[in-house]
Write a protein that binds this ligand. Structure first.
Ligand SMILES: Nc1ncnc2c1ncn2[C@@H]1O[C@H](COP(=O)(O)OP(=O)(O)OP(=O)(O)O)[C@@H](O)[C@H]1O
Length: 590
């Protein structure tokens, strides 16, 4: 499994830009009626802007030349009215489009978030949270302008360009040719820039993702950083990543910025060529002063949307890599999916059987090798063994956080592959050392274990694990607001709340993975009774390094080297004088 970090650029799969764009535009289809409305509005505004030069030609050649003041005033009033309408319609178009693009971003963000929630531990193991965040927030935001400008710039400007060329050719093809003589130079410039720029923007997005990952990791570990006074080192890393981020931006933007001057140059060449040819044709081939001025306006009307389009194009190549990164996650298939025809696991007793189970995280190194065991409902099993032996892996497999490579795992005789993951996890309670609490009230945090739990159920769960007394001493009791991750509570208090959260869910299978390791002796006495209540009547797996926690287990599995090396109760294992005996004696002596 490839492990990514803020030090490593993500690999982004190469996809066709056209297919990415088409996929993005598909989101706009849900708003087709509104978009048709916007297109109609734009039809009117484009027509008004195309009529303007003709009004100018008419005014110069017919009304001013013949000194027809009333006619000129009427023409002026007409021009004023249609241009006022133009301004109103442009505002309306912008309003509707920004609403549509915000809605599309909302949909994409919801789809992305829902999809990410379904991805397995394997996905999260392989990339830092900050990089996932960068995709949900930054990459989605980057699509906003692309979406709205696709409709408001791409379509009207393209239509304007076509109409302007048509009008110019119909009016005088020689002048039209002269005005557009620099077109090939512009096309070459665009091709040259686009082939290089896309790659540079992809690199910039990766650098920005690295920066995000680092900041997220840094803030999550700020207590460790400060306690090891490692601020200078982290600041140096931050500066390096910031520099890489900035350099990649400058490199990408430099290329993009070259497009504007190229277009200005082409515009200038076209204008000189137009007036040079126009002056030599003046008085012949229907070329009047009015025609020349109208052509002068049309050439601006040609190059100004070209400039807009080139800006839009820049924006597109800048941000399309954001869309690629979003779709890449959306296309990541959750590797832990319910098979077809799975059934919902009925209410279980809690019998568990491992049958020749082998497992590895990376398909190279076997972490569990041909493990078999059988646990009766209600039994408490303690898992002990050296660090990295595979204890957590065993309990993760019971909860089906990973799929096994060979063998079978049964719960109450049901193969885990044949039951839905949701129905399995609903009957399990998992507690780890990192008892993550969410921001919200104490009550809401406990209710997380069972979303429809009543207040009475919550209070009796808290009482059962001895959390009630300390909760009542908090400022607002069960309605006290907790800070992020439960900051502000002691470690022991956080664990008591986590116990209550598990207790309220009344799981049939309970997993305590190092759940009591950081409780001090005083709190341990307090929770010991609570834990015993928690374990009562449930199949439980307890991973603990402290032997005092394990001694009461019905059976102890000594895990090492990918398998169960010894099993039995504390007394019988001590009598064997094997690994458990050595572990016990080592702790006892210390
Ligand atoms: N997500 C993962 N990806 C890759 N390898 C992993 C992952 N989690 C654990 N491992 C590896 O699998 C082996 C077993 O790890 P496991 O966490 O099950 O050990 P453990 O017995 O619970 O250790 P400890 O007592 O230190 O918690 C270790 O070598 C570990 O490096």
């Amino acid at each position: 499994m490839s492990v990514n970090s803020f030090k490593v650029d993500e690999k982004v799969s190469v996809t066709s830009k056209t297919s990415t764009l088409l996929r993005l535009y598909r989101y706009l289809l849900s708003y087709r009626l509104k978009i048709i409305g916007v297109l109609l509005i734009m039809g009117v505004t484009v027509t008004i802007s195309l009529i303007n030069p003709l009004l100018l030609e008419e005014a110069i050649d017919n009304y001013i030349a013949n000194r027809n003041i009333p006619g000129l005033l009427k023409l002026g009033a007409f021009g004023l009215i249609i241009n006022a309408l133009f301004v109103i319609l442009v505002k309306l178009r912008m309003y509707i489009m920004s609403k549509i693009s915000n809605q599309v971003l909302l949909t994409i963000r919801q789809e992305l978030y829902t999809h990410i929630q379904k991805l397995s531990f394997q996905f999260f193991d392989s990339r830092p949270t900050g990089k996932v965040l960068a995709r949900i927030i930054g990459d989605v935001n980057s699509l906003k302008d692309v979406l709205s400008n696709s409709v408001t710039t791409l379509i009207p400007d393209f239509i304007t360009i076509c109409c302007v060329v048509l009008i110019m050719v119909v009016k005088n093809y020689k002048l039209a040719f002269a005005a557009l003589i620099s077109l090939p130079l512009m096309m070459f410039g665009m091709w040259f820039i686009q082939t290089r720029s896309h790659l540079r923007w992809q690199i910039h997005r990766k650098k920005s993702s690295n920066l995000n990952a680092f900041v997220h990791e840094d803030l999550s570990g700020i207590r460790i950083i400060q306690s090891f006074t490692a601020e200078d080192e982290t600041s140096a890393t931050f500066d390096t990543l910031l520099k890489e981020h900035e350099d990649s931006f400058v490199k990408a933007v430099k290329l993009n910025d070259a497009l504007g001057p190229i277009i200005d140059l082409c515009w200038g060449i076209g204008t000189v060529s137009l007036y040079f040819t126009g002056v030599s044709l003046l008085g012949h081939e229907n070329v009047s002063v009015g025609t020349l001025i109208a052509f002068g306006t049309y050439i601006s009307m040609f190059w100004s949307p070209v400039l807009n389009l080139s800006n839009f194009y820049n924006q597109l190549i800048t941000n399309i890599s954001g869309a690629e990164r979003i779709f890449e996650i959306m296309d990541t298939k959750p590797d832990l999916l319910d098979a077809q025809n799975v059934i919902s696991l009925p209410e279980i007793e809690g019998e568990i059987r491992f049958e020749n189970v082998s497992f590895s995280y990376d398909e190279d190194t076997l972490v569990l090798n041909d493990v078999s065991f059988h646990v009766e409902p209600g039994e408490t099993i303690a898992l002990v063994g050296p660090t990295g032996a595979g204890k957590t892996t065993i309990v993760n497999l019971i909860s089906r956080f990973y799929d096994i490579q060979s063998g079978n795992i049964y719960v109450d005789g049901y193969n885990l592959k044949d039951v839905s993951i949701e129905s399995l996890r609903q009957q399990m309670g998992i507690m780890t050392q990192d008892n993550f609490l969410f921001s919200g009230t104490v009550k809401e945090n406990i209710r997380y274990g069972k979303l429809d739990a009543t207040d009475e159920e919550i209070i009796s769960a808290a009482k059962a694990v001895n959390a009630h007394d300390f909760i009542m001493k908090l400022e607002k009791g069960y309605d006290t607001e907790l800070k992020e991750r439960g900051n502000g509570l002691s470690i022991g208090q956080k664990q008591l709340l986590a116990f209550a959260r598990t207790m309220v869910s009344m799981p049939k299978i309970l997993i305590l993975d190092e759940a009591t390791s950081s409780i001090d002796t005083h709190t341990e006495l307090l929770v010991q009774e609570g834990i015993e209540n928690l374990l009562k009547g449930r199949t439980s797996f307890v991973i603990a390094h402290r032997l005092s926690t394990i001694e009461k287990a019905d059976r102890i599995f000594v895990i090492d080297d990918g398998g169960i090396k010894e099993q039995g109760n504390s007394k019988s294992l001590l009598a064997q004088k094997g690994m458990y005996y050595n572990l016990y004696m080592a702790q006892f002596n210390s």
